[in-house]
Design a protein around this ligand. Structure first.
Ligand code: GNR
Ligand code: NI
Length: 176
């Protein structure tokens, strides 16, 4: 198991569409395990492979309460096969958009198809925070960040701030 560095916006790799895995083999399983470890360490409730620079359709999620037993999900090629026409607003954050939060409207309930850790087809129905998180992660696989769901004005303010912080960090690293 290993921690992987998490990319932050703006980064062109976060805007790319990820490719399906052909099968969940030992290499994909290792990626899933490293992603889960990286997510728990961050800490976050979800992580998509593009956030660690891997353009594969792989996500991990765990929305269990901190005190409760962990409920890790490791999914490859997740596909929404149904979404409810009822929407829900939830405040979202993202490990790739650190320290910024905004309300995002998404379908309340979803049904999902995916490949599990053993390369078997699975289905899952989700609502609430789990449905929000899974949709947020699938967005990452399509090069979409939660800030793409808010106004261009707010989005550009956030991106400018993150870029400034990145440039400052680079400068500090160069003079250290
Ligand atoms: O840790 C995370 N919290 C979160 C809160 C509300 C909606 C979505 C999320 S996902 C985020 C981790 C992350 O960036 N996943 O891509
Ligand atoms: Ni995210």
């Amino acid at each position: 198991m290993a921690l992987m560095p998490i990319l932050t916006a703006p980064d062109p790799r976060l805007k790319k569409k990820a490719r399906p895995v052909e099968a969940v083999d030992s290499k994909v399983r290792r990626l899933m395990d490293d992603m889960l470890e990286t997510m728990y360490d961050a800490p976050g409730i979800g992580l998509a492979a593009p956030q660690v620079g891997v353009l594969k359709r792989v996500i991990v999620v765990d929305v269990a309460e901190k005190e409760a037993a962990p409920e890790p999900l490791q999914l490859a090629n997740p596909e929404l096969v149904w979404v409810s026409d009822h929407d829900n607003t939830h405040e979202e954050g993202c490990l790739s958009v650190p320290e910024h939060y905004a309300d995002v409207i998404r379908p309340d309930e979803i049904r999902l198809r995916y490949l599990d850790r053993d390369n078997r087809i699975g289905t899952l129905e989700a609502n609430g925070i789990l449905a929000t998180c899974i949709q947020h992660e699938i967005d990452h696989l399509n090069g979409i960040l939660f800030i793409d769901h808010i106004s261009a004005l707010k989005r550009n303010m956030i991106l400018r701030k993150l870029l400034k912080e990145k440039k400052l960090a680079q400068k500090e690293a160069a003079t250290a």
